[in-house]
Write a new protein. Structure first.
Ligand SMILES: *Cc1c(COP(=O)(O)O)cnc(C)c1O
Length: 349
């Protein structure tokens, strides 16, 4: 097999959903955010595992993702679309029974005109200034919109991964101000908000990243393993160089493995000469530059040439690699390329 094998533990996804669900009161519904192909892990198997664990409400970024998810889950679960109702979306929203989270007066009027009576929610801006209606805009149309029976009012936290950040309380107060007294379910918390505690939970939480085993959910069960086959090994004499731009030079006799993955598979060049792969529990330094399809690894200290090396395993998480690369686990996961063989395991398999 010439490609890396990305193993996705669906039991870990399910147990992360249950663990996040257990952090809110029984009356609070825990939904699941599965946008961007379930953060790169494959929306159909991941969403089915979440549904089996008990999730009955899902969130995606755009209507096209909602259509794919509807086909995977069947007619029953609720599917919400964060980007709302974009021009030309009426057919897909209606055909796949998707609930747009409307972000502006233009979206609201466009939606009511195009799909009268079709369920919708409203996204409010509590301070992040990314999506949703501003407080004064919302105040001007609250009565009119409430007359159309929105099914959910939501907002999003900008700094929830920093529990002590004053922005959290500020956004909480703004969300209360915009929604208190309205007879509609409310949602403010993604993964970070779930961890901030009950004040932030309202009626519904919608975690994403924590389900997939990454920060800020420190207690998450790891979900992904990535095993990459060794294509070739060789011995280098002191003074020989490795890879593009000669960026690494052997200063002693070195055994080198070339493995079958690179930046086209989402392994960023930013970990060139810095990342580490593992042979079971033995770290093996990545030497030279990450190239498009290949990575070179120093295996001098191993007893024998390995058949595969692991990038993600119990030894190293997506957050570990994110830290070396100067990014976040979200980006490492959603960058994982389409070339890996994705293997889904569950039931102790
Ligand atoms: C992506 C997203 C979420 C999920 O966030 P996580 O940090 O991955 O839990 C929730 N709400 C909105 C609006 C989002 O864009």
């Amino acid at each position: 097999m010439g490609t890396g094998i990305l193993t996705i533990d669906l039991d870990a996804v399910a147990s992360n959903w249950r663990a996040l669900d257990a952090l809110s009161a029984p009356g609070v519904e825990t939904a699941a955010t599965v946008k961007a192909d379930a953060y790169g892990l494959g929306v159909a198997p991941v969403a089915r595992a979440l549904h089996a664990a008990g999730a009955r409400r899902f969130f995606v970024a755009v209507a096209e993702e909602g259509a794919v998810l509807r086909d995977a889950l069947g007619p029953e679960p609720a599917i919400h679309v964060y980007s709302g109702h974009m021009p030309g979306d009426a057919g897909i929203l209606s055909h796949h029974a998707l609930i747009p989270m409307l972000n502006s007066i233009e979206q609201i009027t466009g939606h009511i005109e195009a799909l009268p009576g079709h369920p919708f929610g409203v996204q409010l801006d509590s301070g992040m200034n990314r999506l949703g209606m501003e407080p004064d805009e919302w105040a001007a149309v609250t009565r009119l919109v409430m007359g159309q029976n929105p099914v959910l009012l939501m907002s999003h936290l900008a700094c929830a991964d920093e529990p002590d950040h004053p922005m959290n309380a500020q956004q909480l107060a703004a969300f209360h101000q915009m929604t208190d007294g309205l007879p509609v379910p409310r949602s403010l918390a993604a993964t970070g908000g779930v961890l901030l505690g009950p004040d932030y939970h309202f009626d519904l939480t919608r975690p994403g990243i924590g389900l997939y085993g990454a920060l800020p959910f420190e207690d998450a069960a790891p979900v992904v393993q990535l095993s990459i086959p060794v294509i070739q090994t060789r011995s280098l004499a002191p003074g020989e160089t490795v890879g593009y731009a000669n960026s690494w030079t052997a200063d002693e006799p070195t055994r080198l493995a070339t493995i079958a993955a690179g930046y086209a598979d989402g392994i960023t060049r930013h970990i060139s000469n810095q990342g580490v792969l593992f042979h079971d529990d033995i770290p093996c330094p990545l030497v030279g530059r990450v190239s498009m399809d290949l990575i070179t690894v120093d295996i001098t200290h191993l007893d024998s040439d390995p058949e595969t090396l692991q990038l993600f395993s119990v030894m190293q998480t997506v957050d570990d690699i994110a830290e070396i690369a100067g990014t976040i686990g979200y980006e490492v996961l959603t960058s994982l390329g389409s070339r890996y063989a994705r293997r889904y395991v569950s039931g102790g398999a």
